[in-house]
Each structure stands twice: as structure tokens, then as C-alpha cells.
Design a protein around this ligand. Structure first.
Ligand code: PMV
Length: 323
């Protein structure tokens, strides 16, 4: 009745911002992402007869919010329902990167809990079912289930909103060099941000362009056209953050260091060091480049004042049970 799972964070090239249904986390638009090799969560779940309530340990974390605990317990409840058991569980979970700073910690953390809990009860599922179940824990968690490059199909009902692989891990040697700029947790959660999206006067416009953008980026990925791909990625990040900044109240996830990195990336391009930035709901910046440039970019990022760490990620497999 015990299992351990490892699951990657993922970076969205086309973002999920805004939901059609808050509870079932059905998104307003499809999104496209890549699983990250070097930023992940490892989680062990053990269902035990001697436990009166669920016990959760976040290794290496001093502050644990009530909301985080509740999300894990809700995830266990969903799995308990499937396994027809009322046994309580002991959960130990650990990330190898700081959470809630614009690196998808809820994606890796909650997909790892889902897979470990299912494994502990020996429940088997296919990727579609599994990603759909993980989505209920955290929208982006569903995207950490398939390997490699992934599309989350928005769907219109609960079971039809799932993530699938669009290109395998070895399709394209691109990297996400993540510049970690703070260990502090962000002030406005992405759950709040999703709710506010529709208050931006530009949100309708954003959604109008989504389908075409998805078609264009998939074409660039199929052709491995890095310049075309990178321009779409950057444009999309700015588009999402324009929605955040013009929501009411406005959300600014960026810090001074975020802006500094954006300008540096643009400057490097003028010098023929080609890379593109993208940013999730936090100040950390993901610099997307071809593998041959990754170490050079890492070195340069570490020289930017305010950057605490830089981590090179290759495309990776999705969530897995560990033996
Ligand atoms: O899974 P959530 O609710 O934390 O959503 C975060 C969404 C973004 O990271 C900002 C974009 C994305 O698609 O990953």
C-alpha cells in the first residue's frame, strides 16, 4: 500500500490563463508545454490502517500553507474514491526547486501525489485518464503526465479535458534555462489570477487569437524552426502578462530582476546568441534556447544581479512510479 512517484515541472510555451469552470479546472484555451528534466517533485504515499487522519510532510519546507495541505488531501480523496477505500495516508513530498516562484511546483507536486497514490492502491489508468485526474488537483499537473512536448486539450466536459504528447522527448534538442530569482512565494496565487483574467479588457482579444497561435506553434515545432517558435513563445508570455497587468486589481508577477533578464535576452539576440524568454505566474524567467547554447546562457544568467540559481532543463519524460 505504498508507492513513490517522480514527476517533472513543465514550462508552458502557450499558457493556460483563465478557466471555463473553476472547480473542474477546464481551461479557456488549449496550452502547449514541455516537461523539464531537472526540476521535479518526488512523492511517497502510504495508505495505513493505523492512521486516523492524513499526514503530510513537505521535506525541506518551513512554511506550509493550509491551502496546499487541503489540495493534497482532496487529491487523496479522489484516489480513495476510485480505490473504494477509506484508509488514511502518510504523504512525504519534496521539490528540488523553490515553490510558487513561477516554476510549476503545483504541476510537479500534485501530479506526483496523484501517481503515487494510485500506485499505492494499485490502480491502473491510461495517460488520458491519468492526466485528466491530475488536472483536477492542479490544471498544469495534467501536463506533467505525458512525456516530452505536450498539448492540454481544453475539452468541454470533465473527462474530455486532458493532456497528450504532441512530440516525443527526443524530437528537438531545446533547453529551458530557468533563472530562479527569489525563494519568496508570490503574493497572488495563480488560482486568483485565473479568476481575474476576465476583468482585463484585453482578455477576449487574447482568446480570439488562441487557436491560430496553437496551430502556428505546432507547425514551428514540427519543422524545428527555432526562430519562428521562439518569437511565438515570447509574444505569448507578454500577452499573458498583459492580461495580468490589466486585470482588476492588477497583478504584476515580475520583479526588477525579471525585467533585467528580459532586456538581457533581447540584447543577446542582437549579438547573435539566440534565445527567447517566457514567464509563468512569478518572477522567475525561463530562457528557451537550443541545447548547444545552454551552458553559455546559464553562465550569463548567473552574472545578472538578483539571479540566485540557473538550472538547465532538457525535455523530459512525464510522471513515473519509481521502483
Ligand atoms: O496550474 P496553475 O493554476 O498554477 O496555473 C498556472 C498557469 C501558468 O503557469 C501561469 C501558465 C501555464 O500554462 O503553465
Amino acid at each position: 500500500m505504498k508507492a513513490t512517484a517522480k514527476s517533472p515541472a513543465n514550462i508552458a510555451f502557450i499558457k493556460y490563463w483563465g478557466k471555463t469552470d473553476l472547480k473542474t479546472r477546464i481551461p479557456k484555451n488549449n496550452s502547449i508545454s514541455m516537461c523539464l528534466s531537472d526540476m521535479f517533485s518526488v512523492c511517497t504515499v502510504e495508505f495505513r490502517k493505523d492512521l486516523k487522519k492524513d499526514e503530510v510532510e513537505f521535506k525541506g519546507e518551513k512554511i506550509v500553507k493550509k491551502r496546499e495541505l487541503e489540495r493534497i488531501i482532496k487529491t487523496l480523496d479522489r484516489v480513495r474514491k476510485l480505490g473504494k477505500t477509506s484508509l488514511r495516508a502518510r504523504v512525504t513530498t519534496e521539490n528540488n526547486f523553490p515553490k510558487a516562484t513561477g516554476i510549476a511546483s503545483s504541476a510537479s507536486g500534485l501530479s506526483a501525489v496523484t501517481v503515487a497514490a494510485l500506485g499505492a492502491l494499485n490502480i491502473k489508468m491510461n495517460t488520458k485518464e491519468l492526466s485528466s485526474l491530475a488536472r483536477l488537483a492542479s490544471g498544469t499537473a495534467g501536463r506533467s503526465i505525458p512525456d516530452g512536448f505536450v498539448e492540454w486539450v481544453k475539452g468541454s466536459e470533465e473527462t474530455e479535458s486532458y493532456s497528450k504528447q504532441i512530440f516525443p522527448v527526443d524530437w528537438w534538442e531545446i533547453c529551458d534555462v530557468v533563472a530562479v530569482v527569489t525563494k519568496k512565494m508570490k503574493k497572488v496565487s495563480s488560482t486568483e489570477g485565473h479568476k481575474l483574467a476576465e476583468t482585463s479588457p484585453f482578455y477576449k482579444e487574447r482568446l480570439k487569437g488562441m487557436e491560430k497561435k496553437i496551430i502556428r506553434i505546432k507547425k514551428a515545432m514540427r519543422e524545428r524552426n527555432f526562430s519562428k517558435f521562439g518569437r511565438i513563445v515570447e509574444d505569448e508570455a507578454l500577452n499573458m502578462h498583459a492580461i495580468c497587468m490589466t486585470s482588476q486589481p492588477s497583478i504584476i508577477y515580475w520583479s526588477e530582476t525579471t525585467v533585467k533578464i528580459i532586456k538581457e535576452v533581447m540584447r543577446w539576440r542582437e549579438e547573435d546568441l539566440e534565445s527567447y524568454f517566457t514567464i509563468d505566474a512569478g518572477p522567475s524567467v525561463h530562457v528557451i534556447c537550443e541545447k548547444k547554447q545552454a551552458q553559455k546562457i546559464k553562465k550569463r544568467l548567473l552574472k545578472v544581479k538578483g539571479v540566485e540559481r540557473a538550472v538547465v532543463n532538457n525535455p523530459s519524460t512525464g510522471a513515473r512510479l519509481l521502483a
